[in-house]
Design a protein around this ligand. Structure first.
Ligand code: GLU
Length: 377
């Protein structure tokens, strides 16, 4: 089965820390040289490229000559600040030798959940691509905390792929791709060459987090592919150590695991909504409402609500779930948590009677709601 598209123009390439740095020697400048040469060739060939590169914390630890990775947040943040300098310097000098500029972009989850900043980031990335510059993106680890971080660069790369409507997300890792069983334990494990992004069987194959593959973050990559598919972006998971891996993919060669996006593309506003990673609260609905909401095409009315959890304000993001905890949709809520709790089971025409006023007849309007296909960890 040949499912790889012949031509695709806009790529996000993500490179993981394990490929970029080694404990004893710091940045793998040789690897960075090889990838950068490929970036330049692809860009000359008309591919619009965005790089999401990890490695700042690992490089910072190396530069500061710390014996082990710290656990204190302020030390991790300091290491990221030091290491990011080395990371961008390496890409910048490599790309300069090919006559290309690079641009550093450090993002937090906050930047992507704030609609105005999200649109600014989108427009800046578009301008840089138009100018033929290579944006080099990382999470802004120096200012992030658990509250506002994306957490891993696979997910960040998928969010960026959504942001720029990339044709392809290429996740370079230290494994050849996704295998049908753990290749460290089974000599007959086979590389999965083609699959569908979002196929639930893939997560089972990658195994629980104690599995060797998952330690390499394979589950995260599969979830990232599922997220990327929302913008119609196909994903390739391949080894960054394969010679000329990016050029071969560009030629249409089958390298690594190809995860095809088969979902219907979400429209821009709903895509932004779907990528809000952190819901402020949860609204539990009855089975009738759950069924109606499944396709994301109807509003959530208070009558279908059975419970409200968390503290949220009007306009904030809530997760809509079944009594069993299965998430069906996310949306911007029209009432705060206290009001929503008072409205449990209420017919819309009785809202003003219960509250003394009524904003809207729906708890979440369908225009501000998106069905959830991507599982959240
Ligand atoms: N942003 C982190 C770093 O540059 C890496 C996060 C990840 O690899 O997922 O060190």
């Amino acid at each position: 089965m040949q499912t790889r598209p012949e031509k695709n123009k806009r790529w996000v390439v993500k490179i993981g820390s394990a490929l970029i740095t080694a404990d004893d020697t710091g940045l793998h400048l040789d690897n960075i040289h090889h990838w950068s040469t490929q970036f330049a060739t692809l860009m000359d060939d008309g591919v619009e490229l965005v790089l999401v590169s990890s490695g700042s914390i690992a490089e910072g630890i190396h530069r500061l000559q710390w014996k082990e990775r710290p656990t204190a947040l302020n030390e991790l943040q300091a290491a990221a600040a030091v290491g990011q300098m080395g990371l961008v310097k390496a890409y910048e000098s490599e790309l300069r030798s090919h006559g290309r500029h690079t641009a550093q972009i450090l993002l937090t989850h906050d930047d992507l959940s704030n609609r105005k900043r999200y649109l600014n980031a989108k427009s800046t990335l578009g301008t840089l691509l138009h100018l033929g510059v290579l944006p080099v993106i990382n999470e802004n680890d120096t200012v992030t905390t658990d509250e506002i971080n994306v957490g891993d660069n696979d997910n960040l790369a998928a969010l960026v792929a959504n942001l720029i409507s990339a044709d392809q997300l290429i996740i370079l890792t230290d494994q050849k791709g996704l295998f049908n069983k753990d290749p460290n334990k089974h000599a007959d494990a086979e590389l999965i060459r083609n699959a569908t992004a979002g196929d639930p069987a893939l997560l089972d194959i990658a195994g629980p987090s104690t599995n060797k593959l998952a330690i390499g973050g394979m589950q995260t990559k599969i979830l990232a592919a599922e997220r990327a598919a929302r913008s119609g972006t196909n994903t390739v998971i391949a080894s960054g150590r394969e010679p000329d891996v990016l050029l071969r993919l560009h030629r249409g060669e089958s390298v690594g695991t190809f995860l095809k996006a088969t979902h219907k593309k979400l429209v821009a506003h709903k895509l932004w909504l779907a990528n809000q990673l952190k819901a402020r609260g949860t609204i539990i609905v009855d089975s009738g409402a759950y069924k109606r909401l499944s396709d994301g095409e109807c509003s959530l009315l208070p009558v279908g609500v059975t419970a409200v959890e968390g503290e949220f304000r009007r306009g904030e993001l809530v997760s809509i779930r079944s009594a069993e905890g299965c998430e069906i949709a996310r949306g911007l809520v029209n009432y705060n948590a206290t009001e929503a709790a008072l409205l449990i089971g209420c017919q819309s025409e009785n809202i003003s009677e219960r509250l003394g006023y009524a904003h809207e007849p729906e708890l979440v309007n369908r225009d501000n709601m998106v069905a959830v296909n991507v599982r959240h960890e």
